[in-house]
Design a protein around this ligand. Structure first.
Ligand code: AMP
Length: 401
């Protein structure tokens, strides 16, 4: 049985098709520039050469119809008919306070996704368009929504409330929601498999360090705090997002420097973070290379990036009353032994020691702590699409491994 995973973004659709019995990836692809000039579909069947199809793709229905055609094409397809897709799992960014797990999509769920449009204006509308297009194309196929925010619904009030007038929470739902939940949940589950211990018994911190970065404290199997907040802008230093800043900087920029609110918004989301600090790139690889060559701005950017993460690890260890497991994932977390090493320095007081040899070997799923380290430190490649496929299969009662 096959599960199709769909991630419909503002002008793109990413997809992956899994054979669910053994979780084998059969094909993946990207429809890009939907509704814009130069739209195209890049389709990558796993055992055949990839194809790039340039075409006019005005909307999500056309995009998904092309995906179905590609998946079933006689030359580069991987299934014979769309009816071989047993269920479809959709990534949805925001489920607000009502959604605490992945769910079968019904009219009620679609309405909840709509209610959250204001909270995720760039993501929830295309997510819903993807769902509606799939429903039109395959009306009898079950569809499941897997929400980025759902894993964080367990965060207690003292961690999700901002100290602003309470009515802003009551009337406008302004609170911490947290994002990357599917990734944090996936790596936490894999960590437990590797350690042979249940999540409920572990105090765990998961660091998702990619272009977007967030860190989550997991206690008794539940997310109890996370660094992204009302939006993904809060928390760690990211590729181009500032993460935490003093909100008064915004007033200063507007009132004293004369920037418009749109300019400040764009600056904090697209020109800050590693890019803003280094003046070089948002890509950690470029920054590491420049730092190696002695570039001071690059060195500073790395120091700030690492320091912020250390601060959160300290804070979350305090929130949980200790730490058993620290997990690194996503592009930087999975690939940069130097950044992992810098982050882990200074946590000896928690009983955390890493083995530099294990840290620097190229294996992607591994423990990097020393044998006598009280805290286990793991590197685990994230796979949000596989998590979505697993949830979809479970909710739809399909056989899994
Ligand atoms: P992601 O959003 O998970 O794809 O991660 C993107 C980030 O991972 C970018 O900042 C990349 O520079 C970074 N990254 C990928 N590979 C490496 C690597 N080998 N060393 C350091 N950073 C890396």
């Amino acid at each position: 049985m096959n599960v199709l995973v769909i991630n419909a973004g503002s002008s793109s659709v990413k997809y992956k098709l899994f054979l669910i019995e053994n979780e084998k990836l059969l094909a993946e692809g990207l429809v890009d520039r939907i509704g814009l000039n130069g739209s195209n579909l890049l389709h990558k069947p796993i055992d055949k050469p990839e194809v790039n199809i340039k075409s006019d793709i005005p909307n999500y229905e056309t995009a998904l119809s092309m995906v179905m055609d590609a998946l079933t094409d006689v030359n580069y397809g991987v299934i014979k008919s769309p009816y071989e897709i047993s269920a479809i799992g959709h990534r949805v960014v925001h489920g607000g306070e009502k959604i605490s797990s992945s769910v079968l999509i019904t009219e009620e769920i679609e309405n909840i996704i709509k209610e959250c449009f204001d909270l995720a204006p760039l993501h929830n509308p295309p997510n819903l368009m993807g769902i509606q297009a799939c429903k039109k194309l395959l009306p009898h196929t079950k569809q499941v929504a897997v929400f980025d925010t759902a894993f964080h619904v367990t965060i207690p009030k003292e961690a999700y409330l901002y100290a602003i007038p309470y009515r802003l929470y009551a009337d406008y739902s302004i609170r911490r929601y947290g994002f990357h939940g599917t990734s944090h949940r996936y790596v936490a589950n894999i960590a437990c498999e590797l350690l042979g211990q249940p999540l409920e018994k572990l105090k765990m911190i998961t660091c998702h360090l990619g272009n977007g970065c967030s860190i989550t404290a997991i206690k008794e199997g539940k997310s109890i705090d996370t660094s992204m907040g009302f939006t993904p802008l809060e928390g760690l230093i990211m590729g181009t997002r500032s993460g935490d800043i003093d909100p008064a900087i915004i007033f200063y920029l507007v009132e004293r420097i004369g920037l418009s609110i749109q300019e400040v918004n764009s600056m904090l989301n697209r020109e800050s973070g590693l890019l803003g600090l280094s003046g070089i790139s948002r890509d950690m690889r470029d920054i590491l290379k420049s730092a190696e060559e002695g570039n001071e701005m690059a060195i500073n950017a790395i120091k700030c990036f690492v320091y912020r993460i250390k601060k959160y690890i300290g804070a979350y260890s305090a929130s949980m009353g200790g730490l058993d497991v620290l997990v690194f994932t996503a592009g930087i977390g999975e690939n940069s032994s130097l950044i992992r090493s810098l982050i882990c320095k200074g946590f000896e007081y928690l009983g955390l020691y890493i083995d530099e040899e294990k840290n620097s070997n190229s294996q992607r799923k591994k423990a990097i702590n020393t044998d006598d380290s009280k805290v286990k430190v793991l590197v685990i490649p994230t796979d949000e699409e596989l998590m979505i496929a697993r949830d979809t299969a479970e909710i739809c009662g399909l056989n899994t491994t």
